[in-house]
Design a protein around this ligand. Structure first.
Ligand code: MN3
Length: 203
């Protein structure tokens, strides 16, 4: 076993009422575990890839042997995206970004509301399953983007600051088909301190 499931830094019910306990438990314990199992299985016969950090593997998919490339992309992406996602939320989150990220968002989008609108649009309009992101792109600029399935911004050369899982498994139990309600609720649990840390690391 190369990859194992890390505990959440908070209880499954910590993000209630915005994200319910049952969804968090299934999402972490079953869905993320399944990505980990798939990734471990793909890497089983490639010991030389087992010590390369996942970010590095996903940043250069072309270098992955063809027979396991799709599995690493999907399952490795699932492991990495979810590992990042849990840390982007916290009990008592929400509000407005602070410090340098807050300033940078204002500079790039005009104000926080305009940034939020663009992010909401990316999250809403991602057809099927995927993610909405705030990233630093290859030019070093803040950008709102989205990826399909478990594709990760690293594979496009971008560095994620904030991300939102819009797969149905992330919201269906509580919000059914109402993705928009889930997106609006999610803003209440965003950990802006963590987003600030991410921003400082890549800026
Ligand atoms: Mn998910």
């Amino acid at each position: 076993m190369i990859y194992t499931l890390a505990s959440l830094p908070y209880a499954y019910n910590a993000l209630e009422p915005y994200i319910d306990s049952k969804t968090m438990e299934l999402h972490h314990n079953k869905h993320q575990q399944a990505y980990i199992d798939g990734l471990n299985k793909a890497l089983e016969t490639y010991p030389e890839l087992q010590n390369i950090p996942l970010v590095e593997l996903l940043s250069n998919l072309a270098a992955i042997p063809e027979g396991i490339r799709t599995a690493v992309r999907n399952h490795g992406g699932g492991q990495l995206n979810h590992s990042m996602f849990w840390l982007m939320m916290k009990n008592g989150g929400g509000g407005l970004p602070k410090e340098s990220l807050g300033e940078a968002l204002k500079k790039r989008f005009g104000n926080f509301e305009l940034f939020k609108e663009e992010f909401d649009r990316a999250a809403k309009s991602r057809f099927g399953s995927g993610w909405a992101w705030l990233v630093i792109n290859t030019k070093g600029d803040l950008e709102v983007s989205s990826t399909a399935n478990q594709d990760t911004p690293f594979s496009e050369g971008s560095r994620p600051i904030l991300g939102l899982d819009v797969w149905e498994h992330a919201y269906y139990l509580k919000y059914n088909n109402r993705r928009v309600d889930y997106i609006q609720a999610w803003w209440h649990v965003v950990d802006w301190d963590h987003a600030e840390e991410n921003y400082r690391l890549v800026k």
